[in-house]
Every structure is written in C-alpha cells, then in structure tokens.
Design a protein around this ligand. Structure first.
Ligand code: MN
Length: 289
C-alpha cells in the first residue's frame, strides 16, 4: 500500500548572507541543523532573485577550495561562469546545472558570466551540497555540466512540469551521475495544479519553494524560501499550487556516518578537517591558472 511521507516541519530560511560579492543567499540548512534528517544533503543556499547593475568586473566568489562532497549549482535566472583547478570550466544559464564532485579536493571560482555582468540583470540560483560516503571522500574530483536540453521533462496533465535532474520520475532518468541514490527535481506548478510524487521509502525528503506557494500533503501551506521536511518513511508527497510555484524537490538515501564540517570542507572527523586545511595550504588541491 502506498503511504504518505508525513510532513515533519516547515523551515523558513535560517540565515541570510552574501556569498562573495555576487550571491545574496537565504540558507535553509545547515543554519537549521538538519544533519541527520536531510542527509545526504549538506547545504541549501537560495541566491536571489537579485538585480545587479552593469559592471566590467564580474561579481561572485573568488578562488576557494572544497573537499569531501559535491556542489550542485542550478541556475534559474542569469549566467554563471566556473573555473577549477582540474582544468574544468564552463558557463551555465537558466535551466542548466553544474554538478561538481570535489571529493579529494578542488580549488575553484564561481562568477557572474562576463557578458551577463556587463549588461547587468537578475541572478536566481540554488547551490546544494551533497555529501559523499567516507569511502569516496578522497576519490578523484569529477565535473558534470547538465545543460537544460539534457534534462528530461515530464509535462503534467493540466499544466506545469517536472524536470528530472537526478534520480527518476515515472521511469524517466535524470542525467546526473551520483555516488549514492539521490533524487533532484525542478518542478513548476501553476496555481491550482497538483502533482503526486512517488519517492523511495527510507529516503530523506525536502520540498523547497523558490517562489509562489504550495499546499503540501493537503494540510500545510509552504511559501517562498521555505522548505517542508518529510518523514523518510512512506512514499508519497502530494503538492498543490495555491500560487504559481517553482519548487526544488530533494530526496536521498541517508548516509549514516559522522559529519565534521568547517567552511568549505566536510569530512567525518576533526583530524580530517585539519588535514584538509594543511593540504589546501600546501597546494595539494591545485591552483587556478
Ligand atoms: Mn564553491
């Protein structure tokens, strides 16, 4: 029998801050400590929507390292340019996703794209951090650019759509290659339209609202920049838009391991964080050219 994934709680953004000089973000976690209940996801930053005036010097975040997890950037408005110490680079725009596996370590920069910066405009973006199990934290870095044309979309009967970035929906598979089972959907629901999601039992699940509002499981209204956290048990989540809504659905098999975090590093133990700092300072995560 299908059962609902009960809604446990609704979280508003726990902190608001600037990432570099280009991304004013509302953070949902870890500013709310959801380590166990949203694992394998580590961080959800919602940048913008924010208007930037024209400039010749692109804003963003300069050179910085990561180790022990993956960063996933989903662009809704604007254009972002990326460059890392592995020699990877690329530009992503609306509908595109960059899935970067930092693993043993990369150094990168994340900036507004040059031409976009010159003209100015709106940035709206999500950055998500996805944990890696201990056995893979020191594996080789990897880089996936998922353009919107690579991301399958299911159109809902009376309007709206579900784009499958990772995992699957009704047999359609998302293009992201992941190390543990993870589902990420980009959902658009016009007012009055409903959707029924079927997600594996045992998976931690969050419904994040970028804009608009939805009634979740016919009982709880969730508004802009809020996330509904669900019980891992059960399979179904029912959504109905009460205003035109853009949603990000996160669902994944929890990684039951200790989490030690410090800034851009997420490991299993304090000693490993100290090692990460040393390795970064010693240049072992590489440099930007
Ligand atoms: Mn970064």
């Amino acid at each position: 029998m299908e059962t609902m994934k009960k809604l446990i709680e609704v979280y508003a953004s726990g902190s608001t801050h600037m990432v570099g000089d280009g991304f004013p973000v509302r953070n949902i976690f870890p500013s709310h400590d959801l380590t166990e209940s949203i694992s394998p996801f580590l961080l959800l930053d919602y940048a913008g929507p924010a208007e930037f005036p024209p400039t010749d010097r692109p804003r963003g975040v300069g050179e910085h390292p990561h180790r022990g997890f993956e960063t996933v950037t989903i662009v809704y408005q604007g254009k972002v340019e990326h460059r890392d110490s592995g020699g990877n680079s690329g530009t992503i725009g609306p509908g595109d996703v960059q899935w970067m596996t930092a693993a043993s370590g990369v150094v990168h920069e994340e900036l507004h794209e040059k031409e976009f910066a010159k003209g100015g405009g709106t940035i709206q973006m999500i950055q998500l951090w996805v944990n890696l199990p201990k056995a893979l934290k020191m594996s080789s870095p990897r880089y996936q650019t998922l353009f919107h044309t690579d991301i399958p979309q299911v159109d809902l009967e009376n309007g709206g759509s579900i784009r499958i970035i990772a995992g699957e929906y009704q047999g359609l598979k998302g293009p992201a290659r992941t190390f543990t089972p993870v589902y990420v959907y980009d959902v658009k629901l016009p007012v009055g339209i409903h959707a029924e999601l079927n997600l594996p039992t045992g998976f931690n699940t969050g419904v994040f609202v970028l804009s608009g509002a939805v009634m979740v499981n016919r009982s709880q209204l969730v508004g802009e920049a809020e996330m509904a956290l669900h019980d891992p048990q059960g399979t179904q989540v029912h959504l109905e838009a009460t205003e035109d809504a853009i949603l990000l659905i996160l669902s994944g098999e929890p990684i039951h391991e200790p989490v030690a975090r410090m800034g851009p590093f997420v490991m299993n133990a304090e000693e490993e964080l100290a090692q990460a700092v040393n390795d970064y300072r010693a240049g072992k995560m590489g440099h930007l050219d």
